[in-house]
Design a protein around this ligand. Structure first.
Ligand code: WT7
Length: 647
């Protein structure tokens, strides 16, 4: 069985939710969870219909779901507006003066927007977009620092039905251009710059460079964040603060079909070209809100802090939409987590009285390495719940998070999900689910998760397999922008079963342990990158003939990238080219894609059909003494040469 995955997991510790936590929680026991799970499985239409009823619908739906694989529709015929549900509903319902978003800039400046103020800023920006000819259906790129204005931009787009595509502020001009061209964006909302470790990153300059190759963009709206000078192109660029001047503080909400596109978010695939993952209005809203409330056990007076950037799906669902849909308070931090010192995040927790803290394993490992002192010198008594997302969390990091950050008092929710799933799929419900370090535990109500072999048959406990979802759920992606074929082939290759692309195993208690990606996509510091995209960036350098990128485990970033590069005949391999390639990848994709090691070789192992055998490269990158099956290898001498490429 070439496909079988062996599990090496030996973790046996179990942590029950503290009684005091369960007593006040929405879900108070494993039995409570099991009942919800059964209700949702037995009668999904009435279960999700009931959840959706609490939102404002301008026109009610006639049917809860329709499933013609791979196409799902939810809340059919219903008309709503997610911005109305995140803002107006709370302003009218008693939360008018409650803090919606607290932003702490890297400089230390703190800005708080109440629900009423946030609604006003969203409406004013929506007027600006309208006045620039942006209407329902037009795509808008958002390339911003991690601050309240990014959320305002998203909500303003949503309000007028213009699907947004947020591009992470660490991406290069080329990556911006690729994404804007793919969706033919009509406008871009950006800022002069962002702050990172005391320095500024000139976002507007990256946009200007990108736009020389993007004919569809007609307008650029620029938020003044750093105050640095930036050239403005007449007729195209406007300052946000000038453009909103005199604009009315309210704009009527338009009602959009539940399946109206809400946003596209680009994520890497195996073939290199980023995929524009499409989420629509009604199902996404219900999923983001329901999962946020259940998993974080949100309470009215909580201060909730998620460290993710709005440029990733975590920022969409659990900094902006899911949190505001619940009328909660979302804290956003602009800057680097270790600036000006390694205590920054814990200082934020202390100063703002944060109750719920959600971050990624890579950050947890970084703090673990920096030493407990940085955490302990800050008062964390306000914390009651901790969360993790982005990659498997190793038990050692889990225990450190539990012991040092949570003072052994706070449950940990290890949340498994994907850009494609729109929201959390597998996670403890903190008042009910006993946790095991390293396991995301059990699927949420409505999630028909299974671990199967290559014929979609469930594998027995303890055996590894492919993680799949057998039934549609409200927050699922509705497509890949402009590529229905790829959507079907990638996620629904055999009918109605959603293929996550992850490997996992289930233990005797039914707990799910995610092992990582099945394919060549690598996950560095919680960011999923397609190796092919990085390879194509390397190969676009004039000194490079061929490149293959694989991952090796890394204690800090989860996985680290190793690039095997064949230089062109006239190029000299060496330190200088290595540095040069690092800079080149930074320009093409962004710093996060720069390989930790670049090894020069004069040939790559290939199959007879010419495919690079990344599996062998992975073995070499990991320093394994023997490599796996080499029977399909075209030229055996290549392996020896590759070993010689090791430093
Ligand atoms: C991939 C999705 C979900 C938002 C951030 C990443 C990995 C994510 C976990 C977890 C083990 C995890 C999976 C998944 N992943 N969370 N709790 N345990 N693995 O979103 O970029 O779409 O990546 O991240 O491999 O498929 P994404």
């Amino acid at each position: 069985m070439g496909d079988a995955i062996e599990s090496v997991q030996r973790e046996v510790r179990v942590f029950r939710p503290p009684a005091s936590f369960s007593a006040r929680a929405r879900v108070k026991s494993l039995d409570d969870y099991c009942k919800l799970f059964r209700d949702a499985a037995d009668n999904p239409e009435s279960f999700w219909g009931d959840v959706a009823k609490e939102f404002h619908w301008f026109t009610p739906w006639s049917k809860v779901r329709e499933w013609n694989p791979p196409n799902a529709r939810w809340f059919i015929g219903g008309k709503t507006n997610i911005s109305h549900n995140c803002l107006d509903r709370h302003v009218a319902g008693g939360r008018r003066n409650k803090a919606a978003i607290i932003t702490e800039l890297e400089s230390g400046e703190v800005q708080t927007l109440t629900y009423d103020q946030l609604l006003r800023e969203v409406c004013r920006l929506a007027h600006v977009l309208k006045s620039r000819g942006i209407n329902a259906g037009d795509r808008v790129g958002i390339y911003m620092p991690n601050c309240a204005e990014a959320a305002i931009a998203m909500l303003a787009c949503a309000r007028i039905g213009a699907p947004h595509t947020v591009i992470f502020g660490g991406f290069s001009a080329q990556a911006i251009a690729d994404r804007l061209n793919d969706c033919k964006a009509k406008a871009v909302i950006t800022a002069d710059g962002l702050r990172r470790r005391g320095r500024t990153v000139d976002l507007k300059n990256n946009v200007d460079q990108a736009l020389t190759n993007v004919p569809s963009v007609e307008a650029v709206i620029v938020h003044r964040n750093t105050g640095d000078n930036t050239p403005m192109k007449a007729g195209r660029d406007l300052w946000w603060h000038e453009a909103v001047e005199g604009k009315p503080r309210f704009i009527e909400t338009e009602a959009f079909d539940a399946e109206h596109p809400l946003f596209l978010l680009y994520t890497s695939g195996t073939t290199g070209k980023p995929k524009g993952i499409l989420h629509t209005t009604g199902g996404y809203m219900v999923w983001a809100a329901y999962t946020a409330r259940s998993v974080f056990d949100l309470r009215e007076d909580d201060v909730y802090f998620c460290t993710a950037d709005v440029g990733w799906i975590t920022g969409h669902s659990y900094v902006v939409y899911g949190i505001l849909a619940n009328g909660a308070t979302s804290l956003i931090y602009e800057g680097a987590p270790t600036w000006p010192d390694a205590g920054r995040l814990w200082s934020i927790v202390e100063r703002h009285g944060v109750n719920i803290f959600y971050t990624a394993p890579t950050a947890i490992r970084t703090f673990m390495r920096l030493g407990d002192e940085w955490v302990k010198r800050h008062d964390r008594s306000s914390l009651r719940l901790l969360g993790s997302v982005g990659e498997p969390i190793n038990p050692e990091a889990w225990m450190w998070y539990h012991r040092v950050v949570g003072d052994e008092r706070c449950p940990i929710v290890d949340t498994w999900w994907q850009t494609e799933t729109g929201g959390i799929m597998i996670s403890p419900l903190p008042g009910g689910t006993p946790t095991k370090p390293g396991s995301a535990t059990l699927p949420l109500p409505g999630v028909a998760a299974d671990v199967v072999d290559e014929h979609n048959r469930p594998v027995p406990p303890g055996k590894g397999g492919r993680l799949v979802i057998r039934e549609p759920w409200p927050g699922m992606l509705r497509g890949i922008y402009g590529d229905p074929e790829r959507f079907k082939n990638t996620y629904f290759p055999s009918g109605g079963i959603y293929v996550t692309g992850d490997a996992a195993h289930r233990d005797a208690d039914g707990y799910i342990w995610v092992l990582g990606r099945m394919d060549d996509v690598v996950n560095v510091s919680g960011h999923r990158l397609g190796t092919a995209e990085i390879e194509s960036a390397l190969v676009s350098h004039p000194s490079v003939a061929e490149a293959a990128v694989v991952a090796r485990p890394d204690a800090l970033t989860g996985q680290a990238l190793v690039a095997f590069v064949t230089p062109r005949g006239n190029a000299t391999a060496g330190e200088e080219l290595r540095r040069e390639l690092g800079k080149h990848v930074t320009r093409e994709i962004g710093k996060l894609a720069v390989p930790a090691d670049i090894r020069f070789t004069n040939a790559l192992p290939k199959t007879r059909s010419g495919k690079i055998m990344r599996r062998l490269l992975r073995d070499i990158a990991c320093g394994n003494a023997s490599v796996g099956d080499t029977t399909t290898l075209e030229d055996y001498s290549v392996l020896q040469k590759l070993r010689e490429s090791e430093e």
